[in-house]
Design a protein around this ligand. Structure first.
Ligand code: C5P
Length: 399
């Protein structure tokens, strides 16, 4: 069993590390924790100890701890050190080799790989000092996961939000070589579409939509973490390609269909892209404003990728569609399941206040021929994980 030494720093995101511990234990990893003095202001030693089934280490000069398990021993017996949340202060200490408490001393005393999940206020993150520390730590070989963009506890918006527990757990799995982690999709091929498509009107204008690609990219990353060989076909998005995934970049629906067909055969296909329903015959030159009024756009229907692949001679065993609806969500999802011939529709409400498009969280309902399953509102990474777990179970053990 592999061992993780988790150092919990003092940030509001510390509460998320409790969930991280739970996930790591579920994945059969042993977790031992150091809680910094500031970390203790956010989570209690008792809750950490209950989740790790181990004592929590807090004090550098504890006579009993040193006798049982010295600070050098703590980092020596771990396979990986994880700092979450990695506060600005902890990063500064690490970058400078400070060793004035148990956490910083363990980090300096180790020759094991270190993964840090930074979490702090946007301005602190963007500050030249933090960025300087970050570059130095990267040069020293420290790995990072996150931070993501999002709304912060301090009311500001921007980078600095700690990565979600599932993302951190995946980064840990890949750093540990994945040997201890269950790989329910090992040997399987998965195709995922993500993002919007962009349909040109003329050389400078286009038709598109507000899809961010976050949900599709998270599904591709989760499938890769589950051991699958993943091809992600993505329209233009501003988020990075997920690690460990072959990403093909396309613009139009026609290109997306061609890329998906070229990626067949596959065991599973998840169509989470927001494909533009229509395109136009693009003009070669920029359309000029004329005296005769606004030009008419003749819309041409795009190919339906989900429906084509569901009826394809080389149809994947599981074909999953998404339904972004603003009204009568479930009725529409059921009709879509039949019309498109897929095995499952993941329905979500993208109407006005839900803020799904571009947001971090999603409320989905799994619609199959057997019925509907409502899921609670979850982070998109967590939706991705649960969905991948479900798809692996539906597919059964590899042949
Ligand atoms: O019909 P609607 O666009 O609501 O269907 C949504 C589902 O169909 C999504 O899974 C989407 O990726 C897929 N789709 C597609 N090709 C299209 C339109 C939608 O694959 N042209």
């Amino acid at each position: 069993m592999k061992r993780v030494l988790l150092i919990i720093g003092g940030g509001i995101a510390a509460y998320k590390t409790l969930e991280l511990i739970r996930i790591l234990r579920k994945r059969d990893l042993e977790v031992r924790c150091i809680l910094t003095r500031a970390g203790k202001e956010f989570v209690t030693p008792l809750s950490v100890a209950s989740l790790t089934s181990d004592k929590v280490y807090e004090d550098l000069f504890s006579l009993t701890d040193e006798a049982e398990m010295g600070h050098i021993e703590l980092s020596r017996e771990a396979d990986l050190l994880v700092v979450a949340p990695a506060t600005a202060d902890l990063l500064a200490k690490m970058a400078n080799g400070a060793a004035n408490d148990l956490a910083s001393t363990a980090l300096l005393a180790t020759d094991k790989p270190i993964l840090a999940a930074p979490a702090m206020n946007v301005r602190m993150w963007l500050h030249a000092a933090t960025q300087r520390n970050l570059s130095r730590l990267k040069a020293d070989g420290v790995s990072f996961v996150g931070p993501g963009d999002g709304e912060m506890a301090c009311g500001e918006y921007g980078p600095g939000r700690m990565a979600e527990p599932t993302e951190i757990a995946d980064a840990i799995a890949s750093m540990l070589g994945g040997t201890t982690v269950q790989k329910p999709l090992a040997g399987r091929r998965v195709i995922v579409t993500s993002g919007p498509t962009v349909e040109p009107i003329d050389p400078v204008r286009f038709l598109s939509n507000r899809s961010s690609g976050k949900q599709g990219h998270a599904i591709a990353a989760a499938a890769a973490a589950a051991g699958a060989d993943v091809v992600l076909v993505s329209g233009p998005v501003s988020i990075p390609d997920p690690a460990g995934v072959r990403t093909l970049h396309v613009e139009t629906a026609v290109q997306m269909l061609a890329a998906v067909e070229a990626a067949l055969p596959s065991d599973i296909a998840v169509f989470s892209a927001a494909v533009a329903d229509w395109r136009v015959e693009p003009a070669w030159q920029k359309i000029k404003k004329g005296k005769s009024g606004a030009p008419a756009l003749a819309l041409i229907e795009n190919p339906d990728i989900l429906a084509s692949i569901s009826r394809h001679p080389r149809r994947p065993r599981l074909v999953i569609g998404f339904a972004a609806e603003t009204e009568e969500m479930l009725a529409h999802a059921r009709q879509k399941l039949e019309r498109k011939g897929c095995d499952m529709i993941v329905a979500n409400d993208v109407g006005g206040e839900a803020g799904v498009m571009g947001g971090e969280r999603n409320t989905v309902h799994l619609v199959t021929r057997d019925g509907v399953e409502d899921w609670p509102t979850l982070d998109k990474t967590e939706v991705a994980h649960r969905l991948v777990e479900r798809l692996a179970a539906l597919l059964g053990a590899p042949a």
